[in-house]
Write a protein that binds this ligand. Structure first.
Ligand code: FMN
Length: 212
């Protein structure tokens, strides 16, 4: 089948203003729980867009690890391409593609660093192999071969044998503090429902329906 013929109807349901929570955080929690209950895989996967100094956007998937009053938390290598880009331009966007429910949620905001102690607490809760992988990978840098990576993993494993693995200095977390959210529900005949939350005064949010 050609790409042009790839289409389907969206029939899950309608989204209306009365059914929306006043807080985008609460609305996100409801949709996250529904995605989990529906058995969607990788519900915490979010596509993170950053922009480099020349204005070139770049995207990749990261995992949402917490949502709190600080915002949306994820962890990564602090010397990676994304971390370098966020150091130059803290503005980011993330997108949750919950396509099996005909939904997407996008969030715009800017990042700040998670305190080192909190990142350490999360790092120490990770499986040992993930901790070793964090040490092993010079994320985003060219590497000669898979064998080099595997050898580095083995060497790191031997180095920390019998010990707790500390968090590398080049690893940590970011909070995304949202300034706007969009909740999208696919509708029949391409008449989708879209609602944007943008920040009002203090803790209030302005909610607007957008044309599909
Ligand atoms: C499902 C999935 C989850 C991922 N989760 C993370 C993550 O939480 N943190 C991370 O640094 N990379 C994660 N990655 C890898 C990133 O997408 C990316 O390849 C890596 O962070 C390097 O990105 P960069 O070179 O743009 O910095 C994940 C990839 C996938 C497909």
């Amino acid at each position: 089948m050609s790409l042009k013929d790839e289409r389907r109807e969206y029939r899950y349901g309608k989204l209306d203003r009365a059914g929306l929570h006043e807080s985008p955080f609460a609305q996100f929690d409801i949709w996250m729980q529904q995605a989990q209950t529906a058995g969607l895989s990788d519900v915490t996967a979010m596509v993170l867009a950053t922009v480099d100094a020349a204005g070139q956007p770049r995207q990749r998937t990261v995992l949402l690890k917490e949502i709190s009053q600080h915002g949306l938390t994820f962890f990564t290598n602090l010397e990676s391409t994304k971390a370098r880009e966020m150091a130059t331009n803290a503005r980011v966007s993330v997108l949750f593609p919950w396509l099996a429910l005909d939904r997407q949620v996008s969030v715009m905001g800017s990042v700040t660093s998670v305190p080192v102690a909190d990142a350490q607490a999360y790092f120490s809760s990770r499986p040992r192999d993930s901790q070793l992988a964090a040490w092993t990978s010079a994320q985003s840098q060219p590497i000669a071969s898979r064998a080099v990576l595997d050898a580095e993993f083995e060497a790191t494993s031997a180095r920390f044998s019998g010990q707790e693995i500390p968090m590398p200095e080049f690893w940590g977390g970011f909070y995304i503090t949202p300034i706007a959210w969009e909740f999208w529900q696919g509708g029949e005949n391409r008449l989708h429902d879209r609602f944007r939350y943008s920040q009002g005064t203090k803790d209030t949010w302005i909610i607007e329906r957008l044309s599909p």
